[in-house]
Design a binder for this molecule. Structure first.
Ligand SMILES: [Zn+2]
Length: 367
């Protein structure tokens, strides 16, 4: 059993992401629809964790609202002021497909605060590992604009803040959301003390971002790894990527802390993803990371919730991750896992293997 922190605040669920942001203008042949990024995926995850009893094995955490001083470590003052004004007005877009509703700035700061608290709880020794179930997500947010449902860079701000507080020399961030972690990449592009790895669907969102040749710059050269997997990658491709690219990269880097941008849109049920994972795959990926964290950094592993848009399936994937983190025997009875595992092309396919062979050379540059 591990002491696993679990940060959640109802306020994060009150961010109003407005109408459907995939087709922002209803009309013509587009019927009005709800936003892809909405609270129910996360609320249902929290509810499932309560219903199975797993929540009783977790340590509740409640972060403060992130301070402006901490936000300015990553974001520009001009952007924060624009975001505050949009939030006060109660509607608008913070950049590209980043809807802002009433109080969204305050709620986004609360979301970032959950990420800060999850990391802080592990570093101060209150927990072995932790999970921040926060919203809005953060990995697409850039220095001076919101993007892809993300308003503030939860992980960049939390990592920058806690690195200074605890004088950390090396932190690794792994992003397994199905979309590229462009904001996190931007935040640490020129730094060699933060290793950023993103495993995502090739050229999904943001279009034109996340290529394998984007490797960092200056001191940061080789410390940014992108693994843009082909559409349709399944459990075999993800586990092979973990064994052949991610774990070797982490081992070469020797981080003092591993943070995961934990999206669930690589699940087979996701409306915004084209991958084939089931909840068992998320359990295995988490278990492998836990073993790696145990070996490298005293088990310090923090997950920060990102995307995942299947209202029915995100809860089962999230529960599997939390079960693994806690080392608990309490599992949720996922009705879909077995069937998904039997689908065709779940094993590593030759064209996926070709990409992994290229990605392995990125790791060699780190050693
Ligand atoms: Zn995503």
């Amino acid at each position: 059993m591990h002491r696993t922190g679990f940060a959640f605040h109802e306020h994060c669920m009150w961010h109003d992401s407005g109408p459907c942001s995939i087709f922002p203008t209803a009309g013509g042949h587009v019927q009005p629809a709800g936003a892809a990024e909405h609270p129910e995926t996360k609320r249902r995850l929290r509810n499932l964790v309560e219903m199975t009893g797993l929540i009783d094995e977790l340590t509740p955490l409640k972060g403060e609202v992130a301070s402006e001083k901490d936000l300015l470590r990553f974001h520009t003052a001009e952007y924060l002021s624009r975001l505050a004004k949009l939030s006060e007005r109660g509607h608008g877009d913070a950049g590209d497909c980043a809807p802002v509703g009433k109080d969204s700035y305050q709620i986004a700061r609360r979301s970032t605060g959950q990420a800060i608290e999850a990391i802080d709880a592990v570093l101060r020794g209150d927990c072995d590992n932790a999970y921040a179930l926060c919203r809005p997500p953060g990995h697409h947010a850039e220095r001076d604009q919101g993007k892809g449902f993300c308003l503030l860079g939860n992980i960049p701000v939390a990592v920058m803040t806690t690195m200074e507080k605890y004088d950390l020399k090396r932190v690794a961030i792994l992003d397994w959301d199905v979309h590229h972690g462009n904001g996190t990449q931007q935040a640490f592009w020129k730094r060699d003390d933060v290793l950023t790895i993103s495993i995502h669907h090739d050229n999904n969102y943001p279009i034109g971002s996340g290529g394998i040749n984007e490797r960092g710059e200056g001191d940061g050269l080789n410390f940014n790894l992108n693994v843009p997997l082909p559409a349709g990658s399944g459990i075999g491709a993800y586990l092979a990527c973990m064994e052949r690219v991610i774990i070797p990269a982490l081992t070469a880097f020797r981080p003092e802390l591993i943070v995961v941008a934990c999206g669930y849109d690589a699940s087979a049920m996701d409306p915004l993803g084209c991958m084939l994972l089931n909840s068992d795959a998320f359990y295995s990926l988490t278990q492998q990371l836990l073993d790696t964290a145990e070996m490298l950094c005293n088990g310090r592993l923090v997950m920060v919730h990102e995307g995942g848009y299947s209202e029915g399936y995100v809860p089962f994937c999230g529960h599997a991750v939390l079960q693994a983190l806690a080392g608990s025997s309490i599992s949720a009875n996922d009705p879909a896992s077995k069937e998904i595992s039997l689908w065709g092309q779940q094993s590593l396919q030759p064209h996926q293997n070709e990409l992994l062979i290229k990605a392995e050379t990125l790791v060699e540059a780190l050693t």
